[in-house]
Design a protein around this ligand. Sequence first.
Ligand code: NAD
Ligand code: MG
Length: 394
Amino acid sequence: MKRLAVLGSTGSIGRSTLDVVARHPARYGVFALTANRDVIGMLEQCRRFHPERAVMADAAAADALRIQVREAGLAIKVDAGPEAVAEVAAADGVDLVMAAIVGAAGLLPALAAVRAGKRLLLANKEALVVSGPLLLEEARRSGARILPIDSEHNAIFQCMPDIAEGHLEEKGVRRILLTASGGPFRTTPIEGLATVTPEQACAHPNWSMGRKISVDSATMMNKGLEVIEACRLFHARPDQVEVVLHPQSIIHSLVEYIDGSTLAQLGNPDMRTPIAHALAWPERVVSGVAGLDLFQVGRLDFEKPDPARFPCLGLAFEAVRVDGTAPAILNAANEVAVAAFLDRRLPFMSISRVIAATMERIAAEAIEGVDQLLAIDAEARRVAEGIIRDAHSP
Ligand code: NAD
Ligand code: MG
């Protein structure tokens, strides 16, 4: 039996992971669950999965959970704080770590899991965007395997299983085609984007996801982060990754080989497929997702993304071309801008402006280590907050 730590278990990916795990009780056990503040969601998961450990990043939430766990008569050790999250990710009792915390907050626990040689199922793309070279270097050192959960990268992995080392050319690959739905505003007149609300931005046509990644999908920063993720995971140059709009979200990405072959992975848009793939790899297990009905799908469409509509995509390409700490600056500014938009403190079209202005104000450097990256993340957040405040002060 494989024992799991699910980081961010109360979120969209966390819940989908536990849905797959529950289908295979003889194969997977839950050692630890972690979340930020959702005490009710965590208590329900504790009753159902009986982990040995439960961690809340928020201390008050951990106190509340501890009382409820005791009242429910459950023998579960409850801890608090980010250090405890990282500690359970590296604990002896764990074989597989699902990294499904949203944002750069997931960086240290992902790093701890990799250093401890765990198999890391990586949904938390921001961790890879901020510290990709470090994570991969630590994985090489410890022998940890990183398996992509993001549907596109999982698709690429399925079309190009030999990801660990070597550049694309050495594998006979010409380029990676990263598909994108285009989000809820693919065809909205650009003038109409000035007034979109968080509710409209979070109503994704094909995928049900957390709020932050839903906004990222609407701006296409999600695809931008995924371009950086693809460059890191598959040792690709930015000019070897092309973004293709594919509104049906049936093809999850493609790999083009030098002999003219193009391989794609297809499936219904449901994250339980990539989750089950990475959980069982190199075997296969039932995920709960129905097979594809091609007659019902009927047709598959493809378009080029419009740079004027989706400026965030261009900013992400720029960041990965500059390299070093530029992706970390981009990511931090985006996290701050998206949070401000969700708080109704920033108009939708200003998200990209805040990111561009933050990138202009902070010079990128070569990556030196995790402390430097955390300091740059904090600085970029301060700068982005300042830009948002200045734009709204009378
Ligand atoms: P979500 O908001 O639904 O869930 C986030 C989880 O992280 C929750 O359990 C929350 O309690 C926890 N969390 C939040 N802040 C935290 C903090 N500071 N410290 C510790 N825990 C914290 O998000 P999601 O949609 O499940 O996405 C999770 C990650 O997976 C993101 O990086 C996202 O980009 C990636 N991803 C998601 C999907 C999807 O379909 N939802 C697809 C691909 C990739
Ligand atoms: Mg994705």
